[in-house]
Design a protein around this ligand. Structure first.
Ligand code: KG4
Ligand code: ZN
Length: 335
C-alpha cells in the first residue's frame, strides 16, 4: 500500500511516499530554521506562509523522485494535530484537495503517533508489544506504554517544560542559535560534563521536570556573566546535557526494572541527541530488549513518519482507522 504523507504542523513542510509503513520511496523536507532563526523561535504567521509556498514544489519533487504518478498512490495521510493552527491548515487543505481530486481516501494522523512509527521506517522490524516509547520533542516529554497498535498508556509526563524546550531555552541563554538541541549537543562534545553540578529534579518520582534545571543554568550564567571572563559555553552545555539526558534515562530504566518490554524506542527531535542514543544502546545491551532508534533524519519532523503511522492505523485499528478529519491544535494522543 503506497501512502502519500504530508506534514506541516510546525516549521517543517514535508512530503513523502512510503510503501507498507516501512519502505521510503522518497522523503522531502523543507526546513524553515533559517526563516525563524532571527526571532529565536517559530513565528506562526511566517510558518504558515512558508508552508503555502513550499508545498506544491515539494509534492512535484516527491512524485518525480519516486517515479510515481497519482494513480500509484492508495491513500493520503496528513497531520491533523497537535501543532500550530495555521500551519496545520495548509497541509490539511492541500491533502483534502488532493483526496478529492485524485479520489483517494484521506487519513488524519496524530503527529506524535507519527514520531512513534518513525522507529520502524527503513527497517524490516515490525512493532512487538508491549512496546515502551520515550517520546521527546520540542513540545512533549512522555514515556508511553503500548499494548497494541493505537493503545497507549502514559507512564510518565513532564510536569512543566518539554525536554526539547529546555534545550532550546538554555541554548538561547548561552547565545547559541535556534534550534538549541543540535547546537548544545555539538558544543557539549568539547566540554567538561562535571564542570557544573546542576540538580536532577523529581529524582524519586516517575514524572519528568525540566524547569528547575533550566533556572539553575540561568542563575549560573548570570553569576558567570557578572565576572568578566567569557562564558564557558562548552562546559555549561556538557553539564546541562548530562543532567537533562540522565534524568530521562533514570526514569526510563527505573520503569524497566519492574516492567517487561519486547522493544524500547526513543522518538522525536531529542532522540537525535548523541548522549541519549548512546545510553539507550548501552542499556539494551545489558538487558533483554530490542532498542529502536530512528536514523537522524527521521528524528525531527518529516512526512515519512506520517505515512507510516497512517498505514498501521488503517491496517490494525479497525475501531478508529484514522484521527478526525479536522485540524486540532491541541489533540491528545490518549483520550
Ligand atoms: O520532534 P521535533 O522536530 O519537533 C516537535 O514536534 O517538537 O523536535 C524538535 C526539538 C527541538 O526542541 C530541538 O532543539 C530538539 O528537538 N533537538 C535536539 C537535538 N536535535 C533536535 N535536542 C537535543 N539534542 C539534539 N541533537
Ligand atoms: Zn515533532
Amino acid at each position: 500500500m503506497l501512502i502519500l504523507g504530508i506534514e506541516s504542523s510546525c516549521d517543517e513542510t514535508a512530503v513523502a511516499l512510503v510503501e507498507d509503513g516501512h519502505r521510503i520511496l522518497c522523503s522531502h523536507i523543507s526546513s524553515q530554521i533559517a526563516l525563524h532563526r532571527p526571532y529565536g523561535g517559530v513565528v506562526p504567521e511566517l510558518a504558515s506562509r512558508s508552508h503555502l509556498e513550499q508545498f506544491n514544489p515539494l509534492l512535484g519533487l516527491a512524485l518525480q523522485t519516486a517515479g510515481c504518478t497519482y494513480q500509484d498512490i492508495d491513500a493520503i495521510a496528513v497531520t491533523v494535530g497537535p501543532g500550530l493552527q495555521g500551519a496545520l491548515m495548509v497541509g490539511f487543505t492541500a491533502a483534502q484537495t488532493l483526496s478529492w481530486l485524485w479520489q483517494r481516501p484521506l487519513l488524519g494522523v496524530h503527529h506524535l503517533e507519527g514520531h512513534i512509527y518513525s522507529a520502524f521506517l527503513g527497517t524490516a522490524t515490525e512493532p512487538q508489544f508491549p512496546l515502551l516509547v520515550l517520546l521527546v520533542s520540542g513540545g512533549h516529554t512522555q514515556l508511553l506504554s503500548m499494548a497494541a497498535h493505537g493503545q497507549y498508556e502514559i507512564v510518565a509526563n513532564t510536569r512543566d517544560d518539554a525536554v526539547g524546550e529546555a534545550f532550546d531555552k538554555v541554548a538561547r541563554m548561552l547565545g547559541l542559535p535556534y534550534p538549541g538541541g543540535p547546537a548544545i549537543d555539538q558544543a557539549a562534545q568539547s566540554g567538561n560534563e562535571q564542570a557544573f553540578l546542576f540538580p536532577t529534579a523529581m529524582r524519586h518520582q516517575a514524572d519528568f521536570s525540566f524547569s528547575g534545571l533550566k533556572t539553575a543554568v540561568l542563575y549560573t550564567v548570570r553569576e558567570l556573566e557578572a565576572q568578566t571572563n567569557p562564558l564557558p559555553v562548552a562546559d555549561l552545555c556538557a553539564s546541562f546535557q548530562r543532567v537533562a539526558i540522565d534524568s530521562l534515562m533514570l526514569k526510563l530504566s527505573r520503569h524497566l526494572q519492574s516492567h517487561r518490554y519486547q522493544q524500547v524506542a526513543i522518538v522525536g527531535g531529542v532522540s537525535a541527541n548523541s548522549r541519549l542514543r548512546q545510553q539507550l544502546q548501552q542499556l539494551s545491551q545489558q538487558q533483554q530488549w530490542q532498542s529502536l532508534i530512528p536514523p537522524l533524519d527521521l528524528c525531527t519532523d518529516n512526512a515519512a513518519m506520517i505515512a507510516a503511522a497512517a498505514y498501521y492505523r488503517q491496517r490494525y485499528c479497525v475501531a478508529q482507522p484514522s484521527f478526525s478529519l479536522q485540524v486540532k491544535p491541541r489533540l491528545p494522543l490518549v483520550a
